[in-house]
Write a protein that binds this ligand. Structure first.
Ligand code: SME
Length: 151
């Protein structure tokens, strides 16, 4: 499914009133995972600004040991500090990278802002080399703008 077709489905999940915020995020991860063939792991991390750590939230894909990531560590930790999208076409070329699985070839992380504060991020891993374009960035920014309304 293309991103324009997915957008209303994202909103449909997030405006439901009969399920919790975590359930919505879980369904959102499932939607993206199931409908974009190169999205092989989709999850959210949330920041604890006092402890300077990221904490794994709802996700779909292989189980990960990286449930807590210090700010600055890995792609996710760097986005917690930079407040900027991070597209990694080839994870093998990254020094500051936390490997979850040998099957992962590329990654995109887009920060989640609530009232201008970076409260977390959406993280997507792919088994494909260099699959992410500006369209993924724009789409995931849209997703996070909608998610921000839940906070
Ligand atoms: N690869 C990430 C760690 C999280 S996993 O992808 C789920 C990183 O380098 O921050």
């Amino acid at each position: 499914m293309n991103f324009d077709a997915l957008k209303p489905k994202v909103v449909e999940i997030l405006i439901r009133f009969d399920i919790s915020r975590d359930q919505k995020l879980q369904q959102l991860c499932q939607l993206l995972h199931d409908n974009v063939d190169y999205y092989n792991w989709v999850g959210f991390y949330f920041a604890n600004h006092e402890a300077q750590t990221l904490h794994l939230g709802p996700y779909v894909g292989a189980e990960t040991d990286h449930t807590v990531i210090p700010f600055g560590k890995g792609i996710c930790g760097q986005v917690a500090v930079s407040n900027k999208n991070f597209v990694v076409p080839d994870v093998a070329a990254q020094d500051n990278y936390i490997a979850c699985s040998f099957t992962v070839k590329s990654e995109i992380v887009v920060p989640l802002f609530v009232n201008g504060v970076n409260i977390g991020q959406i993280d997507i891993d792919s088994h494909v080399l260099d699959p992410f374009t500006k369209k993924d960035e724009k789409f995931l920014e849209f997703v996070n703008e909608e998610v921000a309304k839940l906070f």
